[in-house]
Design a protein around this ligand. Structure first.
Ligand SMILES: Nc1ncnc2c1ncn2[C@@H]1O[C@H](COP(=O)(O)OP(=O)(O)O)[C@@H](O)[C@H]1O
Ligand SMILES: O=C(OP(=O)(O)O)[C@H](O)COP(=O)(O)O
Length: 410
C-alpha cells in the first residue's frame, strides 16, 4: 500500500515512543451560548486522539483556545474540559492557568494515562500576535512549558492557518507529531491541490461567504471541471449574467451588495473566460404569501421582489446528476438556507447524491456539514467531513498553513 500524503509529510502518533509527557494542541473553539460552550464535532473528533494517547499510557496535557479577546465568546475552558471528558470516557482535569506555577505544578503531578487541560491559550499575551515560528519559540509561554514535555502533538488542523505560539512555537523546540485529526484533515483537504483525479472533479459552492468561495473558484480553474453554484455567490453570478437578482432588498442585511462591489469584476471575467465550467441555477425558491416554498424559473424573474432562499428543484436534480458522474466532489457552503426545512432541497439533494455515489468527497464548512446530521445522513457515506472553516478554504487553494508547515518533518 502506498504511503499516505500525511504520513509522508509528518511524524504521527505511530512514531511516538512509549511513556511520554505529551503536550497536545487541540481546536475546541466552539459556539458559546449563555457563557457555556456547546458540544460539537470538534470535541468528538479530538477525543479520539486524546483517548489513544491516554490509553497508551502517556501523560497528556492539552492546549486549546476559545474565541477572541474582547468578544463574548472569549471564555475559560473549564466547560470544555467537561464536554471533552464525556467524549473521551476518562476524566479531563482542568487548571485555570496557561503556563504559570499552578499550571506547571498540575503538569508535573500527572500520572501515566491522566489528562489535563490548560486554560484558554489566548489568555496568555504571547499566544496571539501573528509572528514567525522562531519568534514564537522564544516566548516565555513556550520556553516555560517545553521543558516539562518530551513531545508536542498538533491536532488543531482547523486553527493551523494562524501563526500563534501554541501552533508554531513548540515544533521548533520539541519533537513534534501530527495527531489523528491533523492527519485526516490534511490528507483530505489538500487532495484537490495535490491529487490527480482521472474522472470529473466537481465543486459545489454556496453559503454566505461569497468572497471566500469566489477566491477559491478563481484559484481552482485548472483543478475543477464543474462548479455548481448556489447561495449568495450563485446569485452574484446570476446578476453578472444579466438577471435581476443578487442584490440586497433590505440594505441593512448586507449579504449581496458589498460582496458584489468587491467581486463583480472577477465574477464577470470568470463568466466570460470560463463560463462553460460554471453552472448556475435555472430556478430559485422563495417564501410565498402563504409562507410556503414557491419556485420560479430564473428566466421568468423580471424584478427581484422576494429573497431567494434556495436553488429550485430542477436545479438541485441537475446538480445531483453531475455529482453522480463525478470522481471527486468538494463542497464549500450550502446551496440554500437548509436550517429551514422548506429551503433545504438544494443542499440535501446534492449531499444525498454524494452519499450515494462512490466518489472521493470532502464536505467543508461548519454550517454546511451540520446539514448532514440535521437531515439524518450518515457521515460514514462521505469521504471526509471537515471540522475546519478558514483552514479548509486555504487548503483548497493550495495556500500553506503556518501550523502545518511548522509541523512538517524536516
Ligand atoms: N440564498 C441564501 N440566502 C441566505 N443564506 C443562505 C443562502 N444560501 C445559503 N445560506 C446560508 O449559508 C450558510 C452557510 O454558509 P457559510 O457560512 O458560507 O458556509 P460554511 O459555514 O459551511 O462555511 C447556511 O447557514 C445557510 O443558511
Ligand atoms: O474556529 C476556527 O476557525 P473557523 O471558524 O474558520 O473554522 C479556528 O479555531 C480559528 O479561530 P480564529 O478564527 O478565531 O483564529
Amino acid at each position: 500500500m502506498s504511503e499516505s500524503t500525511a504520513t509522508s509529510t509528518f511524524d504521527t502518533l505511530d512514531d511516538l515512543a512509549s511513556d511520554q509527557r505529551v503536550l497536545v494542541r487541540l481546536d475546541l473553539n466552539s459556539p458559546i451560548e449563555g457563557g457555556e460552550p456547546q458540544d460539537n464535532r470538534r470535541f468528538e473528533r479530538h477525543a479520539k486522539t486524546v483517548r489513544e494517547l491516554a490509553e497508551a499510557g502517556h501523560r497528556v496535557v492539552l492546549l486549546a483556545h476559545q474565541g477572541r479577546p474582547g468578544r463574548d465568546d472569549f471564555v475559560s475552558l473549564s466547560g470544555h474540559a467537561e464536554i471533552l471528558a464525556s467524549h473521551v470516557g476518562r476524566d479531563v482535569e482542568f487548571v485555570a492557568d496557561t503556563y504559570g506555577g499552578e499550571a506547571i505544578d498540575a503538569i508535573d503531578a500527572l500520572d501515566a494515562g491522566e489528562i489535563l487541560l490548560l486554560e484558554n491559550t489566548r489568555m496568555c499575551d504571547d499566544e496571539l500576535p501573528e509572528e514567525e515560528p522562531e519568534t514564537k519559540a522564544e516566548t516565555e509561554f513556550v520556553q516555560s512549558l517545553a521543558p516539562h514535555f518530551d513531545a508536542y502533538v498538533n491536532d488543531a488542523y482547523s486553527a493551523a492557518h494562524r501563526s500563534h505560539a501554541s501552533l508554531v512555537g513548540f515544533p521548533l523546540v520539541l519533537p513534534s507529531y501530527a495527531g489523528r485529526v491533523m492527519e485526516t484533515e490534511y490528507e483530505a483537504n489538500t487532495a484537490i491541490a495535490g491529487k490527480e483525479f482521472d474522472g470529473r472533479v466537481t465543486m459545489v459552492v454556496g453559503g454566505t461567504k461569497a468572497t471566500d468561495v469566489i477566491d477559491v473558484m478563481n484559484n481552482l480553474g485548472t483543478k475543477v471541471d464543474d462548479f455548481l453554484l448556489g447561495g449568495i455567490a450563485g446569485e452574484l453570478f446570476l446578476r453578472a449574467a444579466g438577471h435581476p437578482v443578487g442584490f440586497d432588498l433590505d440594505p441593512e442585511a448586507d449579504l449581496y451588495d458589498s460582496q458584489w462591489e468587491q467581486n463583480h469584476e472577477v465574477v464577470e471575467e470568470m463568466l466570460d473566460e470560463r463560463g462553460d465550467q460554471i453552472t448556475l441555477a435555472t430556478d430559485l425558491a422563495y417564501e410565498d404569501d402563504a409562507d410556503e416554498r414557491a419556485e420560479i424559473d430564473v428566466e421568468a424573474i423580471e424584478e427581484k421582489d422576494v429573497s431567494f432562499l434556495d436553488v429550485g428543484t430542477d436545479t438541485a436534480e441537475g446538480y445531483a446528476d453531475v455529482v453522480r458522474e463525478s470522481e471527486a466532489v468538494f463542497v464549500k457552503g450550502a446551496l440554500g438556507v437548509f436550517e429551514d426545512e422548506r429551503f433545504s432541497v438544494g443542499t440535501v439533494t446534492v449531499l444525498e447524491a454524494i452519499a450515494e455515489t462512490d466518489c472521493f468527497s470532502v464536505v467543508g464548512g461548519g454550517d454546511t456539514s451540520r446539514a448532514i446530521e440535521m437531515y439524518g445522513m450518515d457521515e460514514a457515506d462521505f469521504g471526509h467531513v471537515s471540522i475546519a472553516g478558514g483552514a479548509y478554504i486555504r487548503a483548497l487553494t493550495g495556500q500553506p498553513l503556518a501550523g502545518v508547515e511548522a509541523l512538517k518533518r524536516e
